[in-house]
Design a protein around this ligand. Structure first.
Ligand code: SAH
Length: 240
């Protein structure tokens, strides 16, 4: 049996609740996925858990679903932020998609001294997050923040959050996080040009920052993001 279609909707979910579809959602469900009246799919909205819902009305321009049963209670990711310097469009898309699959709670583009990105598009990132969440079976949507200067983010750093500073000058054995405390963390990945001397100096002096190595090879920023998320999840997150 083909796996059930999963759809994120920005509407309340509950027993007997009707969910109206917009044109894009109707196109996806009825034209692309070929569902018709009576078909059952999975819905989530990031708040009310995961629900089986039935197609009540299918139309080219819209339609309606009715929520039937709660299939999974609302889940939440470990408290992990992924901060990365935006790179070229396709690689930024990759980072965003993989961050969702790897279980980041918040995705934060940060502008560093050597960031040379094309414009970051919030709507594009939000669409990728939604699609990745639908595909990988999670019931929450990671947050995405507006791009902000790294220095500003550090100026307003929240108490109690550690920073895993992925430092490309520390090539060698990957840093083990096994003895680090389980608490809120953020991962920081630099741009293709790496971090500037000034940034490196500031990061080295922060009591909450831990410079880490991701192994003996220099990884591209998108690969580094996935590797860092895997290291963290395996030692401190929900893989552990
Ligand atoms: N141009 C730089 C490499 C930048 S790689 C140079 O040649 O030195 C992009 C980012 O990925 C880095 O800023 C760092 O955050 C991360 N990264 C890549 N490989 C890494 C490694 N082996 N250890 C830690 N961080 C790494």
């Amino acid at each position: 049996m083909a796996s059930k279609v999963r759809l994120y909707v920005d509407q309340p979910l509950g027993e007997g609740q009707t969910v109206r579809l917009d044109r894009d959602q109707a196109h996806y469900l009825f034209s692309v996925m070929r569902l018709g009246p009576g078909a059952v799919l999975t819905l989530f909205n990031g708040q009310d858990g995961e629900w089986d819902a039935e197609v009540a009305l299918a139309d080219k321009k819209g339609g309606a679903l009715v929520c039937r049963t709660l299939t999974r209670p609302q889940g939440s990711p470990p408290d992990l932020w992924l901060m990365f310097a935006p790179v070229k469009k396709a690689r930024t898309d990759f980072i965003v998609e993989k961050a969702v699959e790897m279980g980041a709670a918040r995705i934060m583009p940060v502008l560093t001294d050597y960031t040379n990105a094309e414009r970051v598009r919030g709507d594009r990132m939000a669409a990728h997050i939604r699609e990745a969440a639908e595909q990988c079976g999670i019931s929450y949507l990671p947050d995405v923040t507006e791009p902000e200067k790294l220095a500003r983010v550090l100026d307003h750093w929240p108490d109690g959050r550690r920073l895993m500073f992925c430092d490309e000058t520390r090539l060698g054995a990957a840093t083990s996080l096994a003895t680090e405390p389980r608490q809120p963390w953020a991962i920081l990945i630099g741009p293709e040009g790496g971090f500037s001397g000034g940034e490196r100096e500031r990061l080295a002096g922060l009591p909450y920052a831990l410079p880490v190595s991701l192994g003996p090879r220099i990884l591209r920023a998108d690969t580094a993001a996935v590797a860092a998320l895997a290291l963290w999840q395996a030692a401190l997150g929900d893989w552990a």
